[in-house]
Design a protein around this ligand. Structure first.
Ligand code: ACO
Length: 322
């Protein structure tokens, strides 16, 4: 038994913030942002929008694409690092909004690789026969945890949500997934406040928002993703040449290009949304997937490699016969 993606959906907030808009706020230039990251613009949630409202929209679109109704969903998992509240978790918000009752509803908090973790968990439940129709979401509202005076980080991130519906199938399907982490790197990328640590900035003496040692993150990300590509192909018994599409986490165009090079894939076979969306954290892989499915680039029967890397560090991948 395999799990297969029955439908995809996504949601981006209406408001767009361009690099030119940021030039008016902080000491930066469009040229710097584009040349370092590839990013031209990002979407920003309106004040009334939250991670759950974006998740709900993405979920509805994925369910419509899959042709499933709310009463069929029996497992909900959301990858997010910016939940609406400390609790209840975002998946229960999605569950309630869709009128679903008495199913597991959980969230996983693994930063940018949240969707890869969520997908891996849901895949196991389907393979074991414990779930028949899983809603898997990646969503984040990182603009809410930015220090808007820190030009090194605030130019890189955006908001959004992406979702897939997974169903059982005798044919693959998700061929394999890998999830992993290495906590020794936590100081390279983190948000300095939290529930048990405390939200009092003065008491903590911490930076004012998401903190990243970009250069060092870059190096570990490229090395880890490069290793991950090999591990994932080996686990599934496939060759690089078997991959039709790379659907990578959209942190930085240069990291994406390095991963494509490792696979010897031309950029025409890489789904790139970072220019228009920036880094949407856990939403970035399902957003990119939905984009390429809806515009017809990704076709049924093709082989996809999804991968992500984020704070922790955490990382994850999935090799999929779509
Ligand atoms: N505009 C203009 N100048 C800037 C800006 C800006 N927005 N930001 C930084 N600078 C300056 C710096 O102050 C520095 O100036 P200095 O040399 O006078 O000190 C200079 O530009 C170079 O800064 P670096 O940080 O060395 O620039 P770098 O080339 O490394 O690019 C970047 C920075 C884009 C962040 C890159 O390192 C990167 O993409 N890293 C990886 C990020 C990533 O992958 N994150 C993934 C996980 S995200 C998650 O999990 C939530």
């Amino acid at each position: 038994m395999y799990s297969r993606i029955a439908g995809t959906g996504s949601y981006l907030p209406e408001k767009i913030v361009t690099n030119a808009d940021l030039e008016k706020l902080i000491d930066t230039t469009d040229e710097w942002i584009r040349s370092r990251s590839g990013i031209e613009q990002r979407h920003m949630a309106a004040p009334e929008e939250t991670t759950s409202t974006m998740s709900i929209e993405a979920a509805k679109r994925a369910m419509e694409a899959a042709g499933v109704t709310a009463d069929e969903i029996d497992f909900i998992v959301v990858g997010t690092t910016t939940p609406d509240l400390v609790f209840p978790n975002v998946a229960t918000f999605v569950q309630a909004a869709l009128g679903i009752h008495d199913t597991p509803a959980l969230s996983v908090e693994t930063a940018c690789s949240g969707f890869m973790y969520a997908l891996s968990i849901a895949d196991k439940y389907i393979r074991l026969g414990e779930a028949k129709c899983a809603l898997v979401i990646g969503a984040d509202c990182l603009t809410r945890i930015m220090d808007w005076s820190n030009r090194s980080t605030c130019v890189l991130f955006g908001d959004g949500a992406g979702a897939v519906v997974l169903k059982p199938s005798e044919e693959p399907g998700i061929l394999t997934t890998i999830i992993s982490a290495d906590g020794q790197y936590r100081d390279l990328l983190y948000y300095p406040f939290g529930v048990s640590y405390g939200f009092d900035q003065l008491r903590a003496g911490a930076p004012a928002g998401l903190t990243m040692k970009g250069n060092e993150v870059f190096k570990v990300a490229v090395n880890t993703l490069s290793r991950l590509v090999d591990q994932t192909l080996a686990k599934a018994g496939l060759e690089r040449s078997d991959v039709d599409w790379l659907v990578p986490h959209q942190a930085n165009l240069r990291i994406i290009m390095a991963a494509a090079k490792k696979l010897a894939l031309p950029m025409e076979q890489v789904v790139v949304t970072v220019r228009q969306q920036g880094n949407t954290s856990a939403a970035s892989v399902p957003l990119a997937l939905d984009c390429a499915v809806r515009d017809g680039r990704i076709q049924r029967g093709q082989t996809l490699l999804l991968e992500a890397f984020g704070g922790g560090f955490t990382w994850g991948s999935a090799l999929i016969r779509y």
